[in-house]
Ligand binder design. Structure first.
Ligand SMILES: Nc1nc2c(ncn2[C@@H]2O[C@H](COP(=O)(O)OP(=O)(O)OP(=O)(O)O)[C@@H](O)[C@H]2O)c(=O)[nH]1
Ligand SMILES: [Mg+2]
Length: 270
């Protein structure tokens, strides 16, 4: 029998780790690039169009938002990473808020990483995935915006994306037409039950990262991820890989940026 969401309530909007709900309900958290569709996913799952605020402009969610599902568990919506237009101060605030969240959240049952099925993962996506593994979290991967590709393109993109996220259970999702809900909820129930959905024993089958991504990753990891304490390291920076790209590439057109990788990273329409 499929699990149904019968109630969903906005429970808390938190900016300070000391204000996190301190009940014992389990927590599942959504992480992903800004504008990838984390908040829309919550609205789609719960059938409540305006429960979580969404926007076509990246950087909509800037706080830690708790949604209580069926009075049984929380889904937490976090600010996205890679939002270019946020000021340095805002990015630092978000960074320390997220670090605090991961350090203080006692009932974390899983980290659900959301990526856009149309694009190769960004350097920050890969860094987040590595960080999730380094923390030995349980979780799964959501490939969202599935409605934007044909079935053939979806297959092609899954073949390209999944090797980067080795051993993690994938769910294909569309918040526009609500496909993938059962798969998402079944995977979420497994996380709540403590069933591992990341295979940590699997050997690295990841495709080699391109030289450009590798140097980006190095740049980012040189700047971040110093352990805060033994149980938690800093989350990957909510820094702007886009502004670095802009600096490097004078032909970068600002108007092209909608929070997603550039067109040349996108699936070719052949
Ligand atoms: N077609 C389609 N559009 C989607 C889907 N999911 C999200 N969107 C659109 O993508 C845009 C961003 O969605 P959000 O849910 O606000 O993204 P977010 O990840 O919460 O963004 P931040 O709050 O900035 O981190 C909105 O215009 C949504 O309507 C999807 O599955 N299909
Ligand atoms: Mg959001």
């Amino acid at each position: 029998m499929t699990y149904k969401i019968t109630s969903a309530d906005f429970k808390a909007c938190v900016v300070n780790k000391d204000a996190l709900p301190n009940d014992s309900l389990p927590v599942l958290v959504l992480v992903g690039r800004s504008n990838v569709g984390k908040s829309s996913l919550i609205n789609s799952l719960t059938g409540r169009k305006e429960l979580a605020r969404t926007s076509s402009m990246p950087g909509k969610t800037l706080t830690i938002n708790y949604y209580l599902i069926n009075n049984e568990f929380y889904i937490v919506d976090l600010p996205g990473y890679g939002y270019a237009k946020a000021s340095k101060v805002t990015r630092q605030k978000i960074q320390s808020m997220m670090d605090g969240f991961f350090m203080e959240c006692k009932n974390m049952k899983g980290v659900i990483q959301v990526v856009d099925c149309r694009h190769d993962p960004s350097a920050l996506d890969l860094q987040m995935s590595e960080w999730i593994r380094a923390q030995r979290f349980n979780g799964f991967l959501v490939l969202t915006k599935a409605d934007k590709l044909s079935n053939q393109q979806l297959l092609k993109m899954q073949k390209r994306i999944l090797p980067h996220f080795r051993g993690i259970f994938p769910v294909l999702y569309s918040s526009k037409n609500n496909t993938g809900q059962d798969d998402f909820l079944n995977a979420a129930l497994k996380l709540l039950a403590g069933t591992p959905l990341i295979n940590y024993d699997l050997k690295d089958t990841k495709k080699p990262v391109s030289d450009r991504s590798r140097s980006k990753l190095k740049e980012q990891s040189d700047n971040s991820s110093k352990p805060l304490n033994q149980s938690a390291a800093k989350t990957p920076r909510a820094s702007s890989d886009v502004s670095k790209r802009k600096r490097r590439n004078p032909r970068f057109k600002k108007k092209n940026y909608d929070g997603e990788p550039r067109k040349n990273k996108q699936i070719d329409s052949k």
